[in-house]
Ligand binder design. Structure first.
Ligand code: HEM
Ligand code: HEM
Length: 191
């Protein structure tokens, strides 16, 4: 009888996020960066019909991101990502574990807070959303100029907070890739 054990695979690829999670990560990541930049651009423009048009485009894109984020979180709740490889986990001090989980949780929170504050602000300001110029969406609250004034900067603050977390996130991925060289990035790359 042949008792020779099958050779182990020394370079077994690290467990990855599944294809849907990876696709949503990159599509939404790019869309959020693009919409953040577009938000800064459009608010800087002088009043004009073009500015009004861009505001509508911004709202439509933001609502599309919100819908995709709902699908993303539902998918995420139904499909837990694979645990980090033991070598990565062991090398991370306790604060890095907290930062890893905390950044991801806060990003998810802001994926909803940013567009929902934008939607609430639009409702309070008396500019209902007509998605792609076709589908009227309900107002989240009644018209209230005072509340609109209060909410207006908060959409921006939340978007800036998300941008800061994204920079922290990308910085951490670069550190894992270039300094720790632990292959964390491959968990989020297409198969
Ligand atoms: C989902 C991702 C979104 C991101 C990342 C985003 C980002 C931004 C940014 C960076 C600004 C400029 C803020 C400033 O300079 O103070 C802005 C402005 C604005 N956003 Fe969004 N936004 C998003 C979604 C939405 C949605 C869903 C709506 C409404 C339905 C919306 C409505 C607005 C409005 C009305 C402004 C102009 C506010 C003003 O006049 O100062 N945004 N957004
Ligand atoms: C150069 C750009 C980016 C790179 C290289 C990158 C890379 C990664 C990697 C490797 C992971 C998996 C981490 C792990 O295994 O625990 C991850 C997760 C994540 N990334 Fe990114 N990312 C980038 C941009 C973004 C952007 C722009 C956003 C948000 C706007 C984002 C949001 C997230 C979130 C929320 C997770 C957690 C996913 C989950 O557990 O469901 N990333 N990213």
């Amino acid at each position: 009888m042949n008792t020779v054990a099958a050779p182990s695979r020394p370079h077994r690829p690290a467990a990855r996020y599944n294809g849907v999670a990876i696709a949503l990560h990159w599509v939404l990541g790019l869309a959020l960066i693009g919409l953040f930049a577009f938000g800064l651009y459009m608010t800087d423009l002088p009043f004009s019909p073009a500015r009004l048009k861009y505001f509508n485009w911004h709202k439509w894109a933001g609502m599309t991101i919100l819908i995709l984020s709902v699908l993303r979180i539902l998918w995420r709740l139904a499909h837990r990502p694979p645990a980090l490889p033991a070598a990565v986990t062991d090398a991370m001090p306790r604060w890095q574990h907290a930062a890893h989980a905390g950044t991801h949780h806060l990003m998810y929170l802001l994926f909803f807070a940013v567009p929902l504050i934008g939607w609430t602000y639009s409702s309070a300001a008396g500019f209902p959303i007509v998605l792609f110029g076709q589908l009227p969406l309900p107002d989240l609250i009644g018209k209230s100029p005072e509340l609109a004034e209060t909410l207006k900067p908060w959409h921006g603050y939340a978007a800036y907070a998300l941008a800061a977390l994204v920079m922290l996130h990308i910085g951490a991925v670069i550190k894992h890739q270039l300094i720790d060289r632990d292959g964390l990035l491959s968990r989020m790359l297409p198969h």
